[in-house]
Design a binder for this molecule. Structure first.
Ligand code: ZN
Length: 306
């Protein structure tokens, strides 16, 4: 009798836990969600309206293409913030154009200060650092360059976050036909300028990752989010090692969920255990958005589908 009662109690506990701890597809509209990696470059309402319908809070991310592009992106973001204050947050970026001038650090800090006053949650560092930008002596500027220190310290002192898209997926250093996922194959087919297999004069995959790790080691108090699974998308064990070594590091999964799926094809349990163990360090992001020339209905449909 006693045993039966315990069994019964255990069953009730199981049912309660099962109901309260796990979401299902049916909960989609009742759960608040974040999309932490978006690029909305228009003042149109289509994307915020879809986010409202799907119950997403979005983080719009600026990318350091050029000075003029940065200013335009920031203005679109400020327009969106004013129109949808409960739907949008943003992350600013900074230009590398004046790197060789003596006041680059001060100029950059002033720009970041203004963005933080406008509500930016942090800064994005893009892959142009490590892959495109060179100093006056012709060397690639890597993220562990000491010249970033003052700027990064300012970000830390302001209690802001660094989002780093540093390096690329390991596939980027392989020929198209050897890449593991179609997503990378299609991207590098249309962006040969970033397909590092075609540019052996540029730093290697390992050099990108090592520079990033040295950068993290030098700023242990920096809150860092590695965009795109921190460019360690090919192996959850390698990523786990970094998450263990750097407690203030998290990663977003934008554009790299296919790599988790790819690994789970051969070892589902390994990927599942990784995602359970590091669930608080894995951030959802779609990497979608909208341009001034985009069709609003298509942009909405694409976002909802993803
Ligand atoms: Zn992006």
């Amino acid at each position: 009798m006693k045993l039966q009662a315990y069994t019964h109690l255990a069953f009730i506990t199981f049912v309660l836990v099962a109901c309260s701890e796990y979401y299902s597809e049916n909960d989609f509209y009742s759960v608040k969600k974040y999309d932490a990696h978006m690029h909305i470059r228009t003042s149109h309402d289509a994307i915020p309206d879809q986010a409202e319908a799907d119950r997403f809070l979005m983080i719009n991310v600026s990318v350091a293409h050029s000075d003029s592009s940065l200013r335009a992106q920031e203005q679109f973001t400020l327009n969106q913030l004013a129109a949808h204050p409960n739907r949008i947050r943003y992350i600013t970026a900074f230009s590398m154009e004046e790197w060789d001038s003596a006041d680059w650090e001060e100029h950059t800090i002033n720009h970041l200060k203004a963005s933080f006053e406008n509500g930016a949650l942090g800064i994005k560092i893009w892959k142009n650092v490590g892959m495109v930008e060179k100093d006056s002596t012709g060397n690639f500027i890597m993220i562990d360059d000491l010249r970033f220190d003052r700027v990064i310290q300012f970000v830390i002192d302001q209690n802001k976050t660094v989002l780093g898209h540093l390096g690329e997926p390991r596939n980027c250093w392989l020929p198209l036909e050897q890449m593991t996922v179609n997503n990378d194959r299609e991207y590098f087919k249309t962006h040969p300028e970033f397909h590092m297999y075609l540019h052996p004069e540029c730093p290697s995959y390992e050099e990108q990752i090592n520079a990033r790790d040295r950068f993290l080691a030098r700023h242990p108090e920096m809150r860092f989010v590695g965009a795109h699974l921190g460019s360690l998308e090919y192996d959850v064990d390698s990523l786990a090692k970094r998450l263990d070594r750097f407690p203030n590091m998290a990663v977003d999964m934008s554009e790299r969920i296919c790599h988790l799926q790819y690994q789970s094809n051969t070892n589902r349990e390994r990927v599942r255990n990784f995602m359970i163990k590091y669930q608080d360090r894995l951030i959802y992001g779609s990497d979608l958005g909208m341009q001034p020339t985009s069709d609003p209905d298509q942009a909405r449909a694409r976002l909802h589908k993803r």
